[in-house]
Every structure is written in C-alpha cells, then in structure tokens.
Write a protein that binds this ligand. Structure first.
Ligand code: NAD
Length: 253
C-alpha cells in the first residue's frame, strides 16, 4: 500500500495514541491533519513536520468541527476518530452536562465528522474510517458510566456507519486495552508501570501506542478491503483472562 498521496485526519492527534497514529501516517508519507484542544503542543508538533496541519479546537463543539472540515479543503482518505474524555459516573454524581459532553466528544463528533465529509463530498475513493473505542465498551470498573457509554456508543456507531457508507468508506473500530502512552505525552512518563501491571496481561506486557497505530494503519490499507463494520480488540489478551477468587493470590474483599 502506497500512502504517499493519501490524506489522513486524526482527532486528538497531538498527544497519546492519536499522536502516535499521526506520526505513523507521516512516516509512511501521508499528509496529516489533526484537531486538538492542546494549542501549545499542537503548534510544536506542527513545527516538526511540514506535511502536518494542526487545527486548534474542541471536537465537542459543533462549530469547531464545521470550521475544521471547511479548512481541510481536500478529500479525506482516512479519518481516525481518536479523541475521547471521561467524566466518571454514578458514584461521583457525574452531572447531566458532563455526561452529555463525553457523549458529544466520544460519539456525536465522530458521527458529525463523517456526516460533514459525506455531505461535502469529501470522502476520497476507498476511504476508511477507524474509530478508537476501548475494551471498556465490553467490561467495566465502577464509576465509569460516562466513558463506558461513549465507548459502547462508538462500537455500535461503527457498524451502523459501515452499512450507511457501504461503497464509499469502510468503517471499523479498534478497542485498546491498557496502553502506556508515556512516549507520546508530556504529562505521563514512560515506563512508570509495575512488573505486575505488565505481567497480568496474557501477552506479558502492557500495550504501547504503536500496537494501536499499527492496527489502524492496517485497517486503512488495501489489505483490509474485506473488513468493515468490525471491532478489533488490542489488549494483550487482558479481557479474555478469567479471574476467580483465589487465582494468582487474588482475594475478594
Ligand atoms: P490522551 O488523553 O493521552 O490523548 C488524547 C488527545 O486528545 C490529547 O491530545 C487531548 O488534548 C485530545 N483531546 C481531548 N479532548 C479533546 C477534544 N474535546 N477535542 C479535541 N481534542 C481533544 O488519550 P489516549 O490515552 O491517547 O487515548 C486516545 C484514545 O484511545 C481515546 O479514545 C481513549 O479513550 C482510547 N483508549 C485509550 C486507552 C489507554 O490505555 N490509553 C485504552 C483504551 C482506549
């Protein structure tokens, strides 16, 4: 697959997994546009790569998305809906406004971006959309309702869009497990995790941002042209591990 004439759009592409995805696209020769709330880091990132365009904006804001799409001015080959936030849940009394904001960033924005690209005839031939979900779409810790609902929403949105955009774009989601984003984050240091954090995964290590960027690149490429509407979990087997009271020395209570 030759990515040299391709144009990739990544939301939340300034830090973390989104940054890694944007850099991987740049390294294979694609042009990249990112939208992010982090202005300072975004401008610094843009200074490093001539083929990168940074737009400052909150994807939870309808007019920011409209301005962003207008400014793209060229058909999009790959849209990666990466940005998301969490505002906890029932036990923290997550408010109506906070819950609704998380859904806007995590679900409404990916829908609306696809809608704007479709309406503006800005989906390039054989386009691909990849939505970044989470294993939390399928399993939960307590007090996580706002984030978990958004992640469940984006998994369902993925297959709905795959059907609506049939023949125009393939749409898939990736559900990361626990990913160490320290290499791509100014606030998080890499390698801060314990041996147990790594060892509890059947793959015997935590995830890296590159694990997610690699599958995103694959899903955008010709080699994945028979894959659409699918969710792919990338979690080192963590969500497949069954743990009973007494296993591995783990005790309930
Ligand atoms: P992160 O917080 O490290 O980075 C997110 C990026 O998005 C930042 O650059 C941030 O400034 C930007 N952003 C946040 N809100 C925004 C908004 N409203 N508008 C525009 N930009 C915004 O996150 P991450 O850990 O790299 O996660 C990236 C994606 O992967 C998210 O969808 C997250 O839910 C998902 N995910 C992450 C993990 C993990 O362990 N890191 C696990 C499962 C899923």
């Amino acid at each position: 697959m030759n990515y040299k004439s391709k144009f990739a759009v990544v939301t939340g592409g300034v830090s973390g997994i989104g940054r890694c995805i944007a850099e991987v696209f740049l390294h294979v020769g694609a042009d990249v546009a990112v939208i992010d709330v982090d202005k300072a880091e975004g401008e610094e990132f843009q200074g490093l790569y001539p083929d990168l365009r940074f737009f400052h904006g909150d994807i939870g804001d309808k007019s920011a998305l409209e301005g962003f799409v207008k400014a793209l001015r060229q058909p999009v080959d790959f849209l990666v809906n990466n940005a998301c936030v969490g505002r906890k849940g029932l036990l923290s009394e997550c408010s109506w406004e906070d819950f609704e904001y998380v859904q806007r960033v995590g679900v409404t924005a990916p829908y609306y971006l696809a809608s704007l690209l479709l309406k503006g005839n800005m989906l390039a031939p054989n386009a691909a959309i990849v939505n970044i979900a989470s294993t939390r779409a399928f399993q939960s810790q307590e007090d996580t309702e706002s984030y978990t609902a958004a992640k469940g929403g984006i998994v369902a949105l993925t297959h709905a869009m795959a059907v609506s955009l049939a023949g125009k774009a393939r749409v898939n989601s990736v559900s990361p497990g626990w990913i160490d984003v320290g290499m791509y984050h100014k606030e998080i240091k890499p390698g801060e995790h314990s041996a147990q954090d790594h060892a509890q995964h059947p793959a015997k290590r935590m995830g890296k941002a590159e694990d997610i960027a690699g599958i995103v690149l694959y899903l955008c490429g010709d080699q994945a042209e028979f894959i659409t509407g699918e969710n792919i979990t990338v979690d080192g087997g963590m969500s497949k591990l069954m743990v009973y009271h007494g296993d591995f020395g783990w005790r309930l209570g």
